[in-house]
Design a protein around this ligand. Structure first.
Ligand code: AKG
Ligand code: FE2
Length: 229
C-alpha cells in the first residue's frame, strides 16, 4: 500500500527545517548507499552523525509517532533514524531497492532494523523545482509522486523506486525506513482499513455502540494474531 499522509509537519516546523537545511553541510549521497545503489545515486545527504540530522530527525520521528494516520498505517516497531537528502540540477537516484536490514547505531550493540516500509517526507514546495518525482514500481504499475512540502509518502520497502533528475531548483527531503509490528503488507493494509472504518463510525452520532465495541474487539484480536515478535 502507498499512502499519502498530509501535513506531517506544521508550517512553523517546515519553515524551521527549510532555513536550517539551506545552511547545512551537504555531503556526497553515496555515504549510505550499498554497492548497487551507489552506481545509481547522484545526490547529497547529511551525514548520519551530523547534529542537524539528529536534531531534525528527532522532530520527524516524534511527529510521525504522534500522527494517528501514520501510526495506524505503519504500526511502527522501530524507526531507523531519519536522513536528509537534496537533489540539485542534474542530480537523481536511478532505480534501486533499499537494503533489507539497516543497523541502528544509536543502540549498543547496533539494533538490526528490517525495512518493511520506506518514507519520504517532502520538504520543498513542488512548484520550486522541476523533475525530482519519486517513481515507485510495484505489481500494480508505476506511480510518480511529488507531494506538497510537509507531506509524507509511505510505501513498501520491497518496491523498486527512483527519483527523477531535477531540472530546475532543488528538491530537499527527509527519508527513512521502519520495521513494522506487522510484517505483511496485506495484513497491515486490512488492519488500516478496518481502523479507518471504525474511526468513521465513531464520528457518527447514531452508530450502535455494541457494534463499535465488537469491531474494536475484532481489530485488536487480528492485531494480536499478526503482530510479530
Ligand atoms: O529521495 C527520496 O525520495 C528517496 C530516496 C531513496 O530512495 C533512498 O535514499 O534510498
Ligand atoms: Fe531508496
Amino acid at each position: 500500500m502507498q499512502l499519502h499522509i498530509p501535513q506531517v509537519l506544521t508550517a512553523d516546523q517546515l519553515g524551521h527545517f527549510q532555513t536550517r537545511l539551506d545552511q547545512a553541510d551537504w555531503q556526497d549521497g553515496r555515504i549510505t548507499a550499498g554497492y548497487q545503489s551507489a552506481q545509481a545515486k547522484q545526490n547529497r545527504q547529511l551525514r548520519e552523525s551530523d547534529p542537524l540530522a539528529i536534531e531534525l530527525g528527532g522532530i520527524v520521528e516524534a511527529a510521525v509517532l504522534g500522527h494517528p494516520t501514520f501510526f495506524s498505517a505503519a504500526l511502527p516497531r522501530h524507526i531507523y533514524p531519519p536522513l536528509f537528502n537534496r537533489y540539485g540540477i542534474g542530480e537523481q537516484f536511478d532505480y534501486h531497492v533499499d537494503n533489507a536490514v539497516r543497523y541502528d547505531r544509536r543502540r549498543q550493540p547496533p539494533l538490526p532494523v528490517r525495512t518493511d516500509l520506506s518514507c519520504t517526507l517532502f520538504l520543498s514546495e513542488p512548484d520550486s523545482y522541476d523533475g525530482g518525482g519519486l517513481v515507485i514500481r510495484d505489481r500494480y504499475g508505476t506511480h510518480t509522486v511529488k507531494l506538497p512540502a510537509g507531506d509524507l509518502l509511505l510505501y513498501p520497502a520491497t518496491s523498486l523506486h527512483k527519483v527523477e533528475p531535477v531540472t530546475r531548483g532543488a528538491r530537499t527531503a527527509c527519508f527513512f525506513w521502519l520495521q513494522s509490528m506487522v510484517r505483511q503488507d496485506s495484513q497491515r493494509e486490512l488492519l488500516f482499513e478496518l481502523d479507518v472504518n471504525i474511526q468513521t463510525l465513531t464520528a457518527q452520532d447514531h452508530a450502535d455502540p455494541a457494534v463499535l465495541l465488537n469491531l474494536t474487539g475484532i481489530y485488536h484480536n487480528l492485531l494480536r494474531q499478526w503482530v510479530g515478535e
